[in-house]
Design a protein. Sequence first.
Length: 247
Amino acid sequence: MIGVYDSGVGGLSVWRELVKLMPDEDYVYFSDAAYCPYGPKDPAFIVERASAVTDFFLEKGCELIVVACNTATAAAISHLRAHYSIPFVGMEPAIKPAILRSRSGVVGVLATAGTFKGKLYLSTLARFAGDVKVIERVGEGLVETVEKGILDGPEVEALVRRCIDPMLEAGADHIVLGCTHYPFLQPVIERLAGDSVTVVNPAPAVARQAKRLLGKIKDPKQEQSIGSTEFHSSSKDVSILLRLASL
């Protein structure tokens, strides 16, 4: 059983890739919607929540946990790996492939404030940016919009334009999605950015890493069955969670 954890519904973008790659596995998805968004919250609080959710997953019998949240990965993954023996997969900043493939020498990164402060993001940026100009923008209002289940329309377009226009004006040919909520807005982002811009979603790579790790701990003789997913939330209202999970 694989635990998938996010501050809200955003981690469903990773869960979809996991199910696509490993349809026979069982999943437990936990949305911490009562405390979403994580972006502006204190890292110590996020560590506390991540630990509580990990304890919940262990009670459920999970053997692998995917922290499908960039902000929680930045704030808590080191703590989780140090305090629990279960393997964790976090969100890797996808700026490396974007930088290496950029033709214009300008890359945009759309993320939360917490992600931009994370050690992994900063170290990856320092190692690979070189002469490439990286335009960072906090996706103000995007997480909240996705949490409401609003994925398109004038309101969404206005928010997205405010975020990506500075990147496009600077000549960015890649836009990295640094929050798991943002892939739900990828069709809008791609439409507004145009065909010359590549939008980078790290979720498929995270799913591949989860499969590699699971292969190391799973009994190869274990019988295969049709996989299932349990959905849980710290919020009483799960209607948006279930609706987006069915997309």
